[in-house]
Structures are given as structure tokens and as C-alpha cells.
Design a protein around this ligand. Structure first.
Ligand code: CO
Length: 300
């Protein structure tokens, strides 16, 4: 009975179409870590409230060994999701966290954090993502906080046509991820799914109407949208979706691995200067002065 009800709900809503493809471009950050940046690769190229998405993926130690030595953040959240490898996070307050395969760190920089993110391996594969999520004006200056989420705490939902979905944030059907909008008091109410599909398999997920959403294909490619208007999302590109009540993806001939992100947009001005994201130029100047004077990361 329940399944039929779900099907009917999906049929009566609009399936989101693939509106725009943002190709990832090779770049480097930190002390010279090679990565691919899609969202955030040009000024203004973001999907409110998602400001940046970096994918790092290398078997070559020289691409990642330099890591991300001590650097500040203010005004937003950084979400690191490791697929392979081992990274250690340390901050000015003495917090320390180890990220291994499948682990997630959800850091709300807010008022300010000064931290380093350094590889704990000298060979082998380093692979994962860093996503930046903006905070609303009223939360940009709240105290910094962290959630370290071990891989084992992330629920995995098996799909009827094969494949699986890891629910990192928000809900997929009856399953809530460890980071959940209401519980975690995240006003952007983010959905963060890691979707693995075998060749030709279809995937449907409801998304709140009015939320902004995009899909990033990190392995293989997928057709996105209702069958009549489906468009191919290529490998290592972010596909920005139209509004609607659900997303549909169909994996190509080699299968696909996709990140699906959705959140309530903030619709506020974005003024970014490197690792500071505020609403006005004056607030950026204050962040720079606070960093210079050692006040960035003191309690709000
Ligand atoms: Co950082």
C-alpha cells in the first residue's frame, strides 16, 4: 500500500529537468593540491546556497601531499566527504579529527575557524569532495561547530533496480541521514545523497519544491529529467536542475555514481573574498581585520 501511495505522489509532481551543465575545471588549492572545481570555478557560478564543489582524485602523491595548511574560514559551512585515503583535520582550538574512507566532516565555520587539512598517507589514492554551503546572514557570526560522521553512521538504502543510496544529509524515503535539517538546526535544510547505480538503472528521489538542486556525476554518466526531456549529464560535471517535486536519473551503459544535493536557497547577496563569504564588502573587510588581529576565531 505504502509503495503505491509513493508512486502516485511522484506521478503527480513535476520531474526536474537538467537546465545547465557546469563542467569541472582542473585547478589547485591549499599548498598545491590538484583538484577539479565545478561550482565556484568562476565568480557567481554557484547554486544558492551551494557555493563551491571540489573533487580531489589522484593516485599520485605529489598531487595531494602538500595538503591544506593552516587557513581561515568565515560565514559558511564546509562539508568534506572522503571516498579513499586519510586526511587529518586540526584547528586553532585543539580540535582534531581523522577522516578515512566514507567519513564525513560537517564544519560550520560561521564566526570563524582556522584549521589545517593534511593527508595522512604518502602513497596510494586520495579521493573525495569538499562542498561549501552558505549560511544565512543571521547565522554567519554564530560560534563555529563540527560534526564528524563516521562511515558506519551513514545509512545505506538498497534500490529496487540494484544500486544503493548513502544518505549523508536530509532524508531519502523513510531514512534520515546523520545530518538532518531540523535536528541539526540547519536553516538551509540540505539533502546530500551519494547514489550508486548499475548500468541502465533508474533512480527517483523527491525534492522539496522551491529548493535548489544539482547532481554531480563522479563516475560514469547519467540521463537526468523525465524520459521525454532527458539530457545526458557527463562525467565530472555538475547538472543544475529546474524546480519540481522530484529528480529522476538513469545510469548510462557503464553505470553511474552521482552526488545529489538540494537545499533551501537563501536569496541573499553573496560577497566572497577567498575563504570568507559574507553579505557585504564591509563584512569582508571586518573578517580580514579580525583575521589579522587574531579575532576571527575567538568566540562570537
Ligand atoms: Co578549510
Amino acid at each position: 500500500m505504502k509503495q503505491d501511495a509513493t508512486k502516485q505522489d511522484l506521478n503527480s509532481t513535476t520531474t526536474r529537468t537538467l537546465e545547465r551543465v557546469i563542467q569541472s575545471v582542473p585547478t589547485s588549492d591549499g599548498a598545491g593540491v590538484k583538484l577539479r572545481r565545478s561550482l565556484g570555478s568562476q565568480r557567481g557560478l554557484y547554486v544558492d546556497p551551494f557555493l563551491m564543489l571540489d573533487e580531489f582524485f589522484s593516485d599520485e602523491p605529489n598531487d595531494y601531499l602538500a595538503g591544506f595548511p593552516s587557513h581561515p574560514h568565515r560565514g559558511f559551512e564546509t562539508v568534506t566527504y572522503m571516498l579513499d585515503g586519510h586526511m587529518r583535520h586540526e584547528d586553532h582550538l585543539g580540535n582534531r579529527g581523522d577522516l578515512g574512507p566514507g567519513d564525513v566532516q560537517w564544519m560550520t565555520a560561521a564566526h570563524g575557524i582556522i584549521h589545517s587539512e593534511m593527508p595522512q598517507q604518502t602513497e596510494g589514492r586520495m579521493r573525495g569532495f569538499q562542498l561549501w554551503i552558505n549560511l544565512p546572514s543571521k547565522e554567519k557570526m554564530k560560534p563555529a561547530s563540527y560534526r564528524d560522521v563516521a562511515a558506519a553512521q551513514i545509512p545505506v538504502v538498497r534500490l529496487p533496480q540494484g544500486g544503493e543510496v548513502k544518505v549523508i544529509a536530509g532524508r531519502f524515503g523513510d531514512v534520515a541521514g546523520p545530518i538532518n535539517g531540523n535536528g541539526a538546526n540547519l536553516s538551509t535544510d540540505p539533502l546530500y545523497l551519494d547514489v550508486h547505480l548499475p548500468a541502465g538503472a533508474e533512480f527517483h528521489a523527491p525534492i522539496a519544491q522551491g529548493y535548489n538542486a544539482f547532481v554531480y556525476a563522479y563516475e560514469g554518466g547519467a540521463e537526468i529529467g523525465p524520459p521525454s526531456q532527458a539530457r545526458l549529464l557527463p562525467h565530472r560535471a555538475a547538472g543544475v536542475l529546474s524546480d519540481g517535486g522530484e529528480v529522476r536519473a538513469k545510469a548510462g551503459a557503464t553505470g553511474a555514481r552521482l552526488l545529489l544535493l538540494a537545499a533551501r536557497p537563501l536569496r541573499e547577496p553573496v560577497v566572497q573574498y577567498g575563504p570568507f563569504v559574507m553579505n557585504t564588502r564591509e563584512e569582508i573587510e571586518r573578517a580580514l581585520a579580525d583575521y589579522r588581529d587574531g579575532r576571527l576565531a575567538t568566540a562570537a
